[in-house]
Design a binder for this molecule. Structure first.
Ligand code: 0PR
Length: 413
């Protein structure tokens, strides 16, 4: 991982007390349910509710009511055991088919995951295995990605034998295509494009990147964890965003996160592959007769989240997601207008649902907001205030946010 250790790398003495849990001990005698639930309520007392109008930093939200119901009813379901839960293999195939349709790749294969990190990991692992098949295991498996790519790739680079080359962003905070393309060589293991950076919402120029990579035989993974349920729908609505899906020549895999804008509960991610060889390369043989071989990282897998995703997709339909995106875009425009009227500088113009604001001391603003119970964030590497529009907010709450920001900024109206 790229984050440097903050303390000595090899501590010798006892761990500091604050590093241990200060909470409840395991009771010798079990406690009555009432008491456990009362303690739990206390434990969670400081948690925010997405729907209470205080959360402006999160790409996740309350799942759709039907998804919550399905999740609660099937929380025991294990996608790692197809003998007990044969429905889940079918659900995985059907969710794959529905997501593949959203991503313009009918017939694509897919693997349900616990989220975007696992989905990206599987895409990189498949590319690594493909690279090893083609070039042997000797040379470095080089992966190119933008500075705007998610930090899950830093974790992946710490786990897999890959050499990550990060490419600077352009003024719109997308990977700088002009700097990226000359770095792609026929032995590049993978190029990662981001369709909705979590820091700024910027969408990389996927067609230009994939077209160039395809000509050199290099696979391209699109990380659409943030934008998968936004970009195709916004394009339906006529927004000038690039195509990001499997119909773009050269795109070989895509990450989607139904637990972000898909209305599914956490943990629900998915990776799609254009070429069947890629998921096949992920296979690990099961030790049990009659139980499927594994293609994911987790063994015991959250079947309830998969079924809830299946339900969310079917309950919403493409039309439902399109309506949701239209609402998000309206709210984003309202937020941009309110911020501008209050004298804040939007930088750059938002492409999706993340609104970034240039400010000399964004940390101070966010700390002051937090004192008032409102959660916003700072994109640290960009030095920008970062506000995330989601369907759990309404216009009134956005007005309150901007007012609180203006006040925190020194009493502007
Ligand atoms: N790729 C992209 C583009 C992402 O935005 C994320 C998550 C991932 C990969 C990793 O996905 P998982 O977190 O599902 O493994 N991005 C969010 C972010 O970094 C995660 C998040 C969501 C953080 C809600 C805080 C929060 O309140 O902003």
């Amino acid at each position: 991982m790229t984050t440097p250790p903050t303390s000595s790398p090899c501590p010798t003495g006892p761990r500091p007390a604050e590093a241990r849990t200060s909470g409840a001990a395991l009771p010798e005698q079990g406690l009555p349910a009432d008491r456990v639930l009362a303690d739990l309520a206390e434990l969670c007392a400081d948690d925010h509710d997405y729907d209470d109008g205080t959360v402006f930093n999160s790409i996740c939200s309350t799942p759709l009511p039907i998804a919550e119901r399905v999740f609660a009813a099937h929380q025991h379901a294990n996608l790692g055991d197809n003998r007990i839960f044969p429905s889940l293999a079918r659900a995985e195939a059907e969710v794959t088919a529905m997501l593949a349709e959203l991503m313009d790749g009918p017939g694509a294969s897919g693997v349900a995951t616990s989220g975007g990190t696992e989905a990206n990991l599987l895409a990189v692992l498949a590319a690594l295995r493909r690279h090893q098949r083609c070039f042997g295991t000797g040379g470095p498996a080089r992966i190119l990605l933008g500075d705007s790519a998610h930090f899950s790739f830093d974790k992946i680079a710490a786990l897999l034998p890959v050499e990550v080359v990060r490419v600077p962003s352009d003024e719109r905070l997308r990977v700088d295509t002009a700097r990226l393309l000359p770095l792609i060589t026929p032995d590049t293991a993978l190029v990662v494009a981001t369709a909705g950076s979590s820091e700024s919402g910027a969408v990389d120029d996927v067609p230009a990147i994939a077209g160039h990579a395809a000509a050199l035989g290099v696979p391209v993974h699109v990380d659409a964890a943030t934008g998968g349920f936004l970009v195709p729908l916004a394009r339906d609505l006529g927004e000038p965003l690039p195509a990001i899906g499997l119909s773009v020549p050269g795109v070989t895999s895509v990450t989607l996160d139904p637990h972000k804008y898909g209305g599914a509960p956490i943990p629900a991610g998915h990776v799609l592959f254009r070429d069947e060889e890629d998921p096949a390369a992920l296979r690990t043989a099961s030790h049990y007769r009659g139980t499927f071989d594994h293609h994911a990282l987790l063994g015991t897998r959250p079947g309830g989240a998969l079924l809830a995703t299946w339900a969310a997709l079917r309950a919403q339909g493409r039309g439902g997601y399109r309506v949701a995106v239209a609402g998000l875009w309206e709210r984003r425009e309202l937020l941009v207008r309110l911020l501008t009227e209050a004298g804040f500088e939007i930088a750059p113009r938002p492409e999706l649902t993340v609104v970034t604001v240039r400010h000399p001391a964004p940390e101070k603003l966010v700390d002051e907001l937090e004192r008032q119970g409102l959660i916003a964030s700072v994109a640290r590497r960009l030095g920008l205030l970062r506000l995330v529009v989601h369907w759990h907010q309404d216009d009134r709450q956005l007005r309150r946010l901007v007012q609180a920001l203006a006040e925190a900024d020194g009493g502007r109206p």
